[in-house]
Design a protein around this ligand. Structure first.
Ligand code: GAL
Length: 368
């Protein structure tokens, strides 16, 4: 009897899907049903003793969104059970989230004052490539949805960044068609970008928003950090207290620096922003910035990555940093497979800190 019981116990992982006991960055990562986890550009959220992993459900062929945003749940962060689609594409022609749109980098946060789960995501409209550059909002009473789509927009229409004074605004307005000859990538063009040429161009209709993350500060205030201005400049956008809209207060970070894939952590009063350069699906060297205040000044540091392939962020591109209840942080990245996006892999690595507080992400083939 005991033998049969032990045998059954040994076979259990095969019957219910293999149990993972280690993290193996960039290896295939199967869910409890034995399928590779199809949740990319994602984030984690802890609710009680359960973790939720949200991400882009990607097709095997092509790159548009055919299903929506999915979630998985886990109690140990290694073994994930699919919860299905939590924000579904719409079947209605003309809907901003019509099947065939592109939903990327979903971030779900809980708003303690309203009791709602709020999702922000990068949205591209069907048939328009990456031209729309909008951010979508969705809300749910439950972490597993269904999330209700609220709206999509370009942030901060009619607003100027907090740091731009009247004089700076006039200079920015003069750039487009003014003293800039506007041939892309020339030194004069770069200068015009830094001075806010695209901020001025998009002032009326709203600022572009592509790769993004959401960060909740200790006081519960939420911020949306996004790649704006043709992916040339990051914007820090303040969210309203219910997290369902922008307040109109925003700040430009590293103007003209071509940063995307933003991730953010706060430790001992310092904010650390880890992002990537702009090379599409191809990996590049991570960039890092720090600030004592989210509204600046931001100072650039070398990449936090160490070890083999550190120069290409180990073949990945950051998507989120999550904090364990005990204060440890984990860096999450995507290893994109543009031929078969659904098979893109995941890199999770612990973040350690040097004596002066600088984050370090060291490659490990496997870890616990
Ligand atoms: C990357 C970006 C991804 C996706 C991709 C599309 O630069 O980080 O989220 O938008 O481009 O080519």
């Amino acid at each position: 009897m005991k033998r049969i019981f032990l045998l059954l116990l040994a076979l259990l992982p095969l019957l219910v899907g293999a149990q993972h006991t280690m993290f193996r960055p960039a290896q295939e990562w199967t869910d409890t049903e034995g399928r590779h986890i199809n949740a990319h550009g994602g984030c984690l959220l802890q609710v009680g003793d359960t973790w939720y992993w949200y991400g882009e459900h990607r097709p095997y062929r092509g790159f548009t969104t055919e299903q929506g945003v999915v979630a998985y749940r886990s109690h140990d962060l290694m073994n994930w059970t699919p919860c299905g689609v939590v924000l579904a594409v719409s079947e209605a022609a003309g809907s901003p989230i019509e099947r065939g749109c592109i939903m990327e980098r979903p971030k779900v946060v809980f708003n303690a004052s309203t009791g709602k789960y709020v999702m922000l995501f990068h949205l591209e409209l069907k048939g328009r490539g990456y031209a729309a550059a909008q951010v979508g909002f969705a809300v749910s009473d439950s972490p597993t949805g269904p999330f209700t789509f609220l709206r999509a927009l370009r942030p901060n229409a009619g607003r100027w960044p907090t740091e731009m004074r009247q004089k700076d605004i006039e200079v920015a307005q003069q750039q487009d068609g003014g003293d800039c000859e506007c041939e892309w990538w020339t030194p004069a063009w770069r200068k015009a970008v830094r001075r806010g040429m695209f901020t001025a161009r998009d002032h009326e209709g709203g600022q572009m928003s592509r790769d993004m993350t959401v960060f909740i500060d200790d006081d519960g205030k939420a911020y949306h950090i996004t790649s704006s201005e043709e992916n040339l400049t990051l914007h820090l956008n303040e969210l309203t207290d219910d997290y369902l809209d922008f307040t109109g207060r925003y700040h430009r970070i590293a103007a003209g620096g071509q940063n995307e894939a933003p991730t953010l952590l706060k430790r001992n009063g310092t904010y650390w922003l880890i992002c990537s350069g702009c090379t599409g699906w191809n990996p590049n060297e991570a960039r890092m910035f720090s600030a004592q205040d989210l509204w600046g000044d931001w100072k650039q540091h070398p990449t936090p990555c160490r070890g083999e392939h550190a120069k290409t962020t180990f073949g990945g591109q950051g998507t989120y940093i999550f904090r364990m209840p005990d204060g440890r942080h984990v860096f999450m990245a995507d290893v994109w497979n543009p031929r078969h996006l659904s098979e893109s892999r995941h890199i999770w690595l612990p973040i350690t800190f040097e004596d002066d507080g600088t984050p370090v992400v060291t490659w490990q083939d496997e870890w616990k």
